[in-house]
Design a protein around this ligand. Structure first.
Ligand code: NDP
Length: 450
């Protein structure tokens, strides 16, 4: 990757040399550094303080063995990770991902992005991420429980309500958080808000489950309103994925007047011209833990197509990628643009390749990058932490209204930064700069340990 600025080029080259082959991490760092070109020119004090050299290196990385016993009595081994990337503005905060594709590069890219996302929420949270290459698919509840307990046995030594507060992510929902919380409490003999995304009966927050998907739609609605005087009303919407983020994005987009016509999983996608029936999806995915294919078997008139990438060839006004990283490439962006898409907002983390992002921006498509558009989940986790500290529970409406306010603010902070630094309307640049400046300032004032 090449940069106009010599200093940024050197930082990137050092990261590349130090993290060979970590393509997701290098992609995330490259994208942020590119956005910081105007900051480097305007803020030599930050260069002087070595902020950018420091911010690309995690404060701490923990990699550990996770042995567990399957239902047949066989010992299995997975690899666990926790990357504590930056604690300048608060305790490390970020999800745990359980998916076979998890490795150090994926966790570091997610942890790095999390620093700026958490900063954008305006809440005091540092950046971290963790997980394992364990695949919960096809495992019994007892196997998932034994894995989660073993994972937490090691992780519990490194986290705490004022140190590092993990949450859910791909493959980690209420079931897994419950097993992990139980194990933490057993080992430490303390009931603290050490994880977010907890069940409502033991310290969870109302609206946390809905938060990322709802927040994504609140952000998109504000972007449509402020940049094009438009809204979700009457728009055709395509959403990839059919997990936590996708389901609640589908719900809110529909409530705001959009018609969601497609959802997917890693095997394929469904198209329903009448608008997705979310009750059927929730039954399949949340209750039966089944495949999205089954929707087409249950809803007349809907169609299933094998292969998840084809979803972007469906004609739509608004596209919300909510599955995983690099799921929307340059060819998919071309197809969306040719079909007249007006807005793309990222529910997943880094779902669009750099090529796709460049194409959207060049075509004048409104583009909401993940670290701004999907920050509603971690923002509501921050609200869960506040409720735990107060030992109080807020109503759904209270949490939802705070979430709405936070998403509107994030849009304006990113938009205003894009304008101030000469890239009006480029929310990639705006979100990176706005998220970076707060953390950079905190790092500068906290000094360097000699
Ligand atoms: P879930 O595990 O609930 O759902 C993930 C969905 O994405 C499933 O439909 C899954 O399909 C699909 N998927 C996963 N991996 C792949 C792949 N390699 N190719 C295609 N599809 C895939 O996760 P979430 O909904 O929680 O997370 C989705 C995205 O949103 C992730 O990028 C996550 O980091 C991000 N995110 C989540 C937040 C949250 O609060 N949950 C907060 C902010 C961001 P299948 O069942 O076939 O694997």
């Amino acid at each position: 990757m090449t940069f106009k600025n010599e200093y940024l080029q050197k930082v990137y080259n050092d990261v590349e040399a130090r993290n060979p082959g970590e393509k997701e991490f290098l992609q995330a760092v490259g994208e942020v550094l590119e956005s910081l070109e105007p900051v480097v020119e305007k803020r030599p004090d930050l260069v002087e303080a070595g902020i950018i050299d420091r911010i690309v290196e995690p404060e701490r990385q923990i990699i550990f063995r996770v042995p567990w016993v399957d239902d047949s009595g066989k010992v299995r081994v997975n690899r666990g990770f926790r990357v504590q990337f930056n604690s300048a503005i608060g305790p490390y905060k970020g999800g745990l991902r359980l998916h076979p594709s998890v490795n150090a590069s994926v966790i570091k890219f997610l942890g790095f992005e999390q620093i700026f996302k958490n900063s954008l929420t305006g809440l005091p949270m540092g950046g971290g991420k963790g997980g394992s290459d364990f695949d919960p698919k096809g495992k019994s509840d007892a196997e998932v429980m034994r894995f989660c307990q073993s994972f937490m046995t090691e992780l519990s030594k490194h986290i705490g309500a004022d140190t590092d507060v993990p949450a859910g992510d791909i493959g980690v929902g209420a079931r897994e958080i419950g097993f992990m919380f139980g194990q933490y409490k057993r080992l430490r003999n303390e009931f603290t808000g050490v994880l977010t995304g907890k069940g409502l009966s033991y310290g969870g927050s109302l609206a946390r489950k809905e938060a990322t998907g709802f927040g994504l739609c609140y952000f998109t609605e504000e972007m449509l309103k402020c940049m094009k005087n438009d809204s979700f009303a009457g728009k055709t919407v395509v959403i990839s994925g059919s997990g936590n983020v996708a389901i609640y994005a589908c719900k809110k987009a529909t409530e705001l007047g959009g018609k969601v016509v497609a959802l997917s999983d890693s095997n394929g996608y469904i198209y329903d011209a009448n608008g997705i029936n979310l009750d059927v999806v929730k039954q399949i995915k949340e209750v039966e833990r089944g495949r999205i294919k089954e929707y087409a078997e249950r809803v007349p008139g809907s169609v299933y197509t094998e292969g998840c990438r084809g979803i972007w060839t469906i004609k739509c006004d608004i596209a919300l990628p909510c599955a995983t990283q690099n799921e929307l490439d340059g060819a998919a962006a071309d197809a969306l643009i040719a079909n007249g898409v007006i807005a793309v907002a990222e529910g997943a983390n880094m779902p669009s390749t750099p090529d796709a992002v460049a194409k959207f921006l060049a075509a004048g498509v409104m583009f909401g990058p993940a670290k701004a558009a999907n920050a509603g989940g971690v923002a509501t986790s921050g609200l869960e932490m506040s409720q735990n500290s107060e030992r109080l529970s807020w109503t759904f409406e209270e949490v939802d209204s705070k979430l709405h306010g936070i998403m509107v603010n994030i849009f304006h902070n990113a938009y205003n930064a894009s304008k101030e630094y000469g890239f009006e309307g480029n929310l990639v640049v705006g979100a990176n700069i706005a998220g970076f400046l707060k953390v950079a300032d905190a790092m500068k004032w906290q000094g360097v340990a000699y």
